[in-house]
Unconditional design. Structure first.
Length: 586
RNA sequence: GCCACCGUAGCUCAGUGGCAGAGCAGCGGUUUCGUAAACCGCAGGUCGUGGGUUCGAAUCCCUCCGGUGGCUCCA
């Protein structure tokens, strides 16, 4: 159960409610249309979603794109006929009778608690089991469109039958629908997989394998800037940087419990001199080794070990997606070992660090989730209560809105997840802060307290950016490929108008490079127009055109990727402008 | 992994049973140009893989590999 701690203005809430009703009604009209196409179709469920609606069907053959067109035409006809939606309450027996030919509906009815009333909505001949609410009549569904077809397991369970799902969307006006479709197009333009290729940032190769990222020079440069900044920030916040190997003996993973609980995500063992080794899916066991390398005193806690640790996890082929979901990735990982009395301050420190770091990249909006104890869990209830309260206090103390994900915690501890939204409106999890009651136990971690006795430290896993691969993917879409100057692989391109300007252009480029600017000289024997176009497509922030006038005056003709054209500018002024941008991380 | 769709030159794509094509990129040349694509030429492909049907397969069928949109799972 998700319990929201968010507030919305009333007007926005009413609009959302209207869209919700229109989408709900549109999904009924879709199901009605499908039944006309396939009278024997069995209906799954058809709820509204954040951006539209879907409906699941068990049909004799999969839908085709042409089917979508004729179904949509059928729906338009229904809308034109303006048939009223009629609500009624039915008894349980009556409901079972009414939907006797619809096994999925029967299953839903059986799951409705006895004390709840069962309701149906009818328009024309179509009746659906439905809690509602709906718009008054089919003419009031607004502007709608069917979007796509997909397979979906009944009740999301891969052991149950796969139904055919049709996705659609509905909005209060044609304008709002067009807006939405425009947003989808914009999202496609910003797709990190497309930009990744166009800007030559990374690739995946069939020969290397799916889900394994090959960073090209420009992508690698952006990544290394992010990493450098990350390390510097960690040092400022009293983290200790460590490095750990990519594999370890089976004994390590047995002790950690990964072989017991996480093996399906791990690659098979490799044998070395009769011993089994596993490639790491997580960094924690290694950081624990650092902790255990000497006897720890309460005086040295908290200890914060951080590493850009590359891990490999088996992911099913169907879930791989560009940089967002891969098989080999680098976590910006850290493990904090601390005393109980330090826990809350540590969590506050991590959250503060997170927002500080994410703000650097222009992320200001987050979805925050507090995930609590699941049914199957290790650790004492008091520990869970204490840790969960620490997380809650930390979030609330910072005045943040959050959602409680009841029972959504890991088996080894409660956690806070923070998601940022990409250009498609999909929320991507980046930050995660997780308590771990399991590993300190398994590795028998301890510290000597002021009382001279052994105590168990608290352990917190945290990743702020999540994985560099995913974060870069989100960043590419966030900026639409137009990276701010401090991240841009090429910050300035010097463009010659004719070959005779090469000498001056070379001098300009060297001056820029000496000033610490990533400059590139485009001295090709091509027309200036072409070079500007290419720099523009590569989203280079500064273009410095040099011709006769500039060579004579010691200036450059400045052009920005925004299309602004400030014109002739002294080189020194351009350099300081660039340096200001870089310093301000613009 | 499952459902649907897709895979033709580095990229974007045309070709749906009868001699593999275009634009861009690449290479060679001409051109020396003032704010988003100069011109001419050349080269480039076992049509993802393996098998089958056929006189003949990029095209039809099957297998596998990879991708896309979803489902499940997740940083």
């Amino acid at each position: 159960m998700m319990q929201s701690h968010k507030k919305q203005p009333k007007a926005a809430q009413e609009l959302e409610e209207l869209r919700h009703r229109m989408r709900h009604s549109a999904s009924h009209m879709l199901a009605d249309a499908v039944l006309r196409m396939f009278p024997d179709a069995r209906l799954g469920i058809g709820p509204p979603t954040e951006d539209g609606f879907y409906y699941d069907f068990d049909v004799p053959r999969p839908f085709t794109p042409e089917d979508l067109e004729s179904l949509e035409a059928d729906m338009r006809q229904a809308a034109a006929s303006d048939i009223p939606f009629e609500h009624s309450e039915v008894g349980r027996g009556e409901a079972l009778e009414l939907f006797s030919l619809q096994p999925y509906k029967l299953e839903v009815i059986q799951d409705i608690p006895a004390e709840e009333t069962i309701t149906t909505y009818r328009h024309g001949v179509f009746v659906d089991l439905c809690a509602g609410p709906h718009v008054e009549s089919t003419g009031r569904v607004g502007a709608f469109k069917l979007l796509s077809i997909a397979g979906a397991y009944w009740r999301g369970d891969e052991r149950r039958p796969m139904l055919q799902r049709i996705y659609g969307t509905a909005w209060e006006s044609q304008e709002a629908l067009d807006d939405f479709l425009h947003r989808l197009e914009e999202a496609q333009r910003r797709d990190h997989r497309k930009l990744g290729r166009e800007l030559d940032l990374y690739s995946v190769s069939d020969e290397v394998g799916p889900g394994l990222i090959i960073w090209h020079p420009k992508g690698a440069l952006i990544r290394s800037i992010i990493e450098d900044h990350w390390r510097a920030q960690h040092l400022r916040r009293s983290y200790n940087l460590v490095y750990s190997p990519h594999m370890g003996r089976s004994r390590l993973w047995e002790t950690s419990g990964h072989l017991g609980f996480y093996r399906e995500n791990m690659y098979d063992a490799m044998e070395v001199e009769g011993q089994e080794y596993f490639i790491k899916p997580m960094n924690c066991p290694f950081h624990i080794q650092v902790y255990r390398s000497s006897k720890r005193s309460y005086r040295e806690l908290p200890l914060r070990y951080a590493e850009l640790g590359t891990v490999y996890r088996y992911e099913r082929t169907g879930v791989l997606h560009g940089l967002m979901r891969v098989r080999g990735f680098t976590q910006d990982d850290a493990h904090i070992f601390c005393r109980p009395d330090q826990v809350e301050a540590e969590v506050v420190g991590v959250l503060d660090f997170t927002f500080d770091l994410l703000r650097t990249y222009g992320f200001e909006e987050y979805d925050i989730y507090l995930a609590t104890r699941p049914e199957k869990a290790v650790g004492e209830p008091e520990q869970w209560e204490f840790a969960t309260a620490s997380l809650r206090h930390a979030i609330e103390g910072l005045g943040l809105e959050y959602v409680v994900d009841e029972g959504g915690g890991a088996f080894y501890g409660p956690k806070v997840d923070i998601k940022i939204r990409d250009a498609l409106g999909r929320a991507w999890q980046c930050t995660t802060v997780q308590f771990d009651f399991n590993l300190p136990e398994r590795f028998d971690l301890g510290f000597v307290g002021a009382d001279g006795h052994e105590h168990r430290p608290y352990m917190v896993h945290r990743a702020l950016l999540g994985s560099l691969e995913r974060f870069l993917g989100v960043l590419i879409e966030h900026y639409g490929g137009a990276f701010p100057v401090w991240l841009a692989p090429v910050q300035a391109v010097v463009i010659t108008i004719a070959d005779r300007h090469l000498e001056y252009a070379t001098k300009v480029t060297s001056r820029l490079e000496e000033a610490g600017i990533r400059a590139h000289l485009d001295g090709r024997n091509e027309r200036m127009n072409l070079k500007i176009r290419e720099a523009q497509l590569q989203k280079v922030p500064y273009m410095l055109v040099v011709g006769d006038r500039e060579a004579q005056d010691g200036t450059v003709a400045l052009r920005l990727r925004s299309g602004e054209n400030p014109g002739p500018t002294p080189l020194a002024a351009v350099i300081s402008r660039l340096q200001e941008d870089i310093a301000a991380r613009k």
